[in-house]
Design a protein around this ligand. Structure first.
Ligand code: APR
Ligand code: PHB
Length: 390
């Protein structure tokens, strides 16, 4: 089998890249380790920056996003028993975010791919990349017990943090940077109306909490917990009780507890691998970097990587120029590092860290107080939250 671009991974990064390439007449094949149902059962974040929403519309996959997504022109920070609204719209001259589940976006992209009859292989095993440093890369894999090989011009490694792509780069080539946070987020999804019209990020002595949503009838809540907690130990009663204790009274009053559709603990990590290219392999999305979820940047960074990579591949095939491919890693990393900084900063300001000194606690309080009292500080937060320009 032969194609122009082999894409490893059918998460949002791989599917969006495939979609953009197909629309430009560039051949591509997607190889995914899991089944489509498994991919669509993963509960992930759901805040889409203006730039990614525009990209999805331009690419013709924004219809359901526009119909069902919720436009949010602000969000709240809650601390010291009060709340401060960040007016995204007013502070960024009209930008906002769209609340739309990553799972829904993945479904839209899968459907668009099926409609275009673009080839995808799900439940592939033993994926091995070869020849990445030469002119003829190839991918060996097994599907339904049969060994197969895909020859290509380029490989797009969109296979997430635990994928095979980054691991195929010889040791010594990559520089990695990492911070692992000493806590996790216990998340609960329930079919109850949101506690507030907008997202509420709360900093409290008992730890961070977040009230988010997927729709006007489905809510997503999180509380910061130690990493060794077991979700099974958290009944709905215990979860909602803890959540409400961390929220200002006026918001806590409006939290409607309900049965959990999903409940899980996610660790928090910052991670970047540099460069994002080795020979004919290009990394995009979680395969190259991870952010803690506090700023909702994971999906959005996958989107900006894909946009840069798509433009570079289009230039290669349609304009016979390799300049975009040569610039890809540096260009993507410039935006990645700014989102890493923002996610790290939001995480640092809003969570309780084990063993925090009284000085560090006062610094967090002063930081939040500064945001609440300074338009410039709120504007810096808003500018990052809606997403830096591509
Ligand atoms: N071979 C084929 N596919 C693989 C392999 C492999 N060896 N390893 C992993 N995969 C698949 C995974 O099953 C997954 O479907 O690659 C896909 C990677 O998708 P994501 O993890 O969703 O990563 P990405 O597309 O970069 O999206 C980034 O998703 O994980 C969130 O927080 C992240 O929101 C961010 C966004
Ligand atoms: C979510 O809805 O899952 C969500 C929203 C905002 C975040 C993180 C997660 O910052």
């Amino acid at each position: 089998m032969r194609t122009q671009v082999a894409i490893v991974g059918a998460g949002p990064a791989g599917l969006l890249l495939g979609h953009l390439l197909t629309r430009s007449g560039i051949g591509n094949v997607v190889l995914e380790r899991r089944s489509p149902d498994y991919v669509l059962s993963r509960i992930r974040a759901g805040v889409i920056e203006q730039g990614l929403a525009d990209l999805l519309r331009e690419a013709g996959v924004g219809d359901r996003l526009d119909r069902e997504g919720l436009l949010h022109t602000g969000f709240s920070l809650a601390f010291a028993g009060r709340r401060h609204r960040i007016d995204l719209d007013g502070l960024t001259a009209g930008k906002c975010v769209t609340v739309y589940g990553q799972t829904e976006l993945t479904r839209d992209l899968m459907e668009a791919r099926a409609k275009a009859s673009a080839p995808s292989f799900y439940e592939v095993e033993h994926v091995e990349l070869a020849g990445l440093d030469g002119d003829r890369p190839s991918i060996r894999f097994r599907q339904k017990g049969i060994d197969d090989e895909l020859n290509c011009d380029f490989v797009a490694g969109c296979d997430g943090f635990h994928g095979v792509s980054r691991a195929s780069i010889p040791s010594g080539v990559l520089n990695t940077f990492e911070r692992v946070y000493p806590f996790g987020w216990l998340g609960l999804l329930a079919d109850v109306p949101p506690a507030d019209e907008e997202l509420v990020y709360a900093s409290h002595d008992r730890g961070f909490a977040l009230c988010s949503m997927r729709s006007l009838t489905r809510s997503r809540f999180y509380v910061q917990v130690p990493l060794d907690e077991n979700p099974e130990d958290w009944t709905e009663i215990r979860f909602f009780d803890e959540l409400k204790r961390r929220l200002p009274e006026e918001i806590a009053r409006r939290v409607r507890p309900g049965p959990a559709i999903e409940k899980s603990i996610a660790p928090l990590r910052s991670f970047v691998a540099e460069p994002m290219r080795w020979g004919r392999l290009f990394l995009a999305g979680d395969a190259a970097h991870i952010v803690p979820p506090t700023g909702a940047k994971g999906l959005n960074l996958a989107g900006s990587d894909v946009r840069y990579l798509f433009e570079a591949l289009r230039e290669h095939y349609h304009e016979k120029s390799g300049a975009g491919l040569d610039a890809y890693s540096a260009r993507a990393l410039r935006r990645v590092w700014k989102a890493e900084r923002f996610s790290w900063w939001m995480t640092s300001v809003l969570h309780r860290f084990p063993g925090m000194s009284p000085f560090e606690e006062r610094m967090q309080q002063a930081e939040l107080d500064y945001i609440a009292s300074s338009r410039a500080a709120s504007a810096a937060l808003a500018e990052n939250y809606v997403g830096l320009p591509y």
